[in-house]
Ligand binder design. Structure first.
Ligand code: FAD
Length: 505
């Protein structure tokens, strides 16, 4: 592993790649290191380009924008963006089933017990309303309405929001920011990588024929190519496709039709699922599928048949393998973004993983000397975060009772022990054991578990003895309060029009 390296004066940090990961890295490192600590150079190849997808986010991105000083209305307008309150899942548990994973919870504990136990109690008494009826995010999203939480009061303010945006425009915004902070951009194709004969560290990148860039620390944001981490340092890839068998996607934009929905939609299909992401200038669509189950042509036909507006071109194919690099920080290279690993965009977690990886890097990035313990800690945390998200995604497939071969396969597969324990505990007592480094807290798991009709055998004993009439009134009151609050919000498209309308595309 790494030997201790000394960094006298400014380190030269070289970022390889100018996609969302590369420019996020450049903007954040330049924000949190002075030029005396770190000189930052980013290399990207216009000829190779970026992956050009990645439009849905989670609320954590607000923190990134805030530390970079990006004002929300300006950022949404500049990226043709819209607001996101969660994800609507259609046909996942079974064909005909719909549920919502909202950004927020189902209200405060009642008698010290989480609301979903009480919901389960009422269900036994004949309640016929989804748990989503207790979610403020769904109260607004289901009505296509939006206002930020700070405009609301009390229980109606208990939700979060994220964004849909044009990833190319977001990268441009970050680039302007990073260059303004002194990041140097070099255009060119990296054709060679030189390593130190003794330490094995990467020392120099050779561009096109003759140019050379030397550095102290390299952030590999080269996308699926994983130029430094995967290729130059040969860090093995841990393949998770036996748990998440989808390995391809088709992406296409469509003309906007109907209202601007404040949520992403994920619709399960026979051999995968289809996303719908509303932007101001178009709707982003894609089909994620298992090539073992369906041909590319069939996937494209399914995608096009499921659009709600005219396609703006031909579907663009993408291939991937789900999994992660065995180590994310190896010697003097840190992989971020697709160079580090990939999990399908079902819960919009890739940009989140870029952001948390960078936050961790900045926290651990040494100003004096690099120690192997730092890389080991970075790897421990990042592996944990990846594995917890992996389990959450697998649950979406494993809990489905759909009857096509892909879904039968996922239902029958052996699960990771961590997920199997989670489901067994849920089944027994309606509690979700949370591990270290979980991105998704109990309300998120409850949204998927109950949404996909995994009803536990037991519930909390306090909820079991509560007066059902009192509970039913609490439920009805909360539902009415959320409905009134949501009705007081403007329509999402009106809110966007008034506060952050983009210039013409
Ligand atoms: C189908 C699909 C849908 C997705 N949807 C979402 C979503 O909704 N939400 C979400 O959070 N994430 C999503 N993602 C993930 C998201 O797209 C990525 O995490 C994000 O775009 C970051 O990509 P990147 O910067 O790592 O790689 P890229 O965008 O591929 O950038 C790689 C960069 O490296 C450069 N490069 C590569 N090789 C060389 C070389 N030899 N020399 C010089 N430069 C080089 C390229 O020019 C480019 O600038 C999705 C991914 C896929 C595949």
């Amino acid at each position: 592993m790494n030997q201790t390296r000394q960094y006298p004066g400014a380190q030269h940090v070289v970022i390889v790649g100018g996609g969302t990961a590369g420019w996020m890295a450049a903007a954040l490192i330049a924000r949190f290191r002075t030029p005396a600590q770190a000189r930052v150079t980013l290399i990207e190849s216009d000829a190779i380009g970026t992956i050009g997808v990645g439009e849905a986010t989670v609320p954590l991105i607000q923190h990134l924008n805030s530390v970079l000083g990006l004002h929300e209305p300006d950022f949404v307008a500049a990226t043709q963006g819209s607001f996101k309150l969660g994800i609507e899942f259609v046909d996942w548990g079974r064909v005909g089933n719909r549920h919502f994973h909202g950004f927020g919870d189902y209200g405060a504990d009642i008698d010290g017990v989480a609301p979903h136990h009480h919901w389960l109690r009422l269900r036994r008494e004949g309640l016929d309303a989804p748990i989503g009826a207790w979610s403020m995010a769904w109260a607004a999203a289901g009505r296509d309405r939006f206002a930020p939480p700070q405009a609301m009061k009390g229980p109606a303010a208990a939700f979060k929001h994220a964004y849909h945006f044009d990833a190319g425009l977001y990268a441009q915004l970050l680039r302007r920011h990073a260059e303004g902070k002194g990041v140097q951009r070099i255009e060119g194709r990296i054709a060679g990588v030189t390593r130190d004969g003794e330490s094995g560290d990467v020392t120099t990148l050779v561009l096109d024929g003759d140019r050379e860039v030397t550095g102290d620390l390299f952030v590999d944001c080269s996308g699926f190519a994983s130029l430094l981490l995967g290729q130059a340092l040969a860090v093995p890839f841990v393949d998770w496709s036996h748990w998440l068998p989808c390995d391809r996607a088709m992406a296409v934009g469509s003309r906007r039709a109907g209202r601007l929905t404040p949520f992403t939609r994920a619709t399960a299909r026979a051999a995968g699922w289809q996303w719908r992401i509303p932007l101001q200038h178009r709707t982003g669509n894609g089909m994620v599928y298992a090539s073992s189950q369906i041909s590319d042509d069939e996937a494209a036909a399914t995608l096009l048949a499921g659009l709600d507006g005219e396609a703006l071109g031909d579907p663009r194919p993408l291939r991937f393998t789900t999994g992660r690099r065995a180590r994310f920080w190896e010697r003097n290279v840190i992989g971020i973004g697709l160079a580090a690993g990939f999990m399908e965009p079902l819960e919009s977690t890739s940009i989140q993983l870029i952001q948390t990886g960078l936050a961790r890097l900045i926290e651990l990035l040494p100003s004096g000397s690099a120690d192997p313990a730092i890389a080991a800690e970075y790897n421990r945390q990042t592996i944990g975060e990846y594995e917890r998200i992996r389990d959450f995604l697998i649950a979406h497939y494993a809990l489905s009772s759909r009857d096509e071969p892909l879904w039968r396969q996922c239902r029958a597969m052996a699960l990771p022990d961590t997920l199997a324990h989670k489901l067994a505990t849920w089944d027994a007592c309606a509690r979700v054991p949370l591990y270290d480094l979980e991105s998704h807290q109990e309300p998120s798991w409850v949204a998927i578990l109950l949404g996909q009709e995994r009803v536990p055998r037991g519930i909390d004993a306090t909820a079991d003895t509560a007066d059902p009439q009192v509970l039913a009134k609490l439920f009805a009151d909360r539902r009415a309060l959320l409905a009134r609050a949501a009705e007081s919000m403007p329509a999402h498209d009106l809110f966007v029009e008034r506060t952050c309308r983009a210039l013409a595309a």
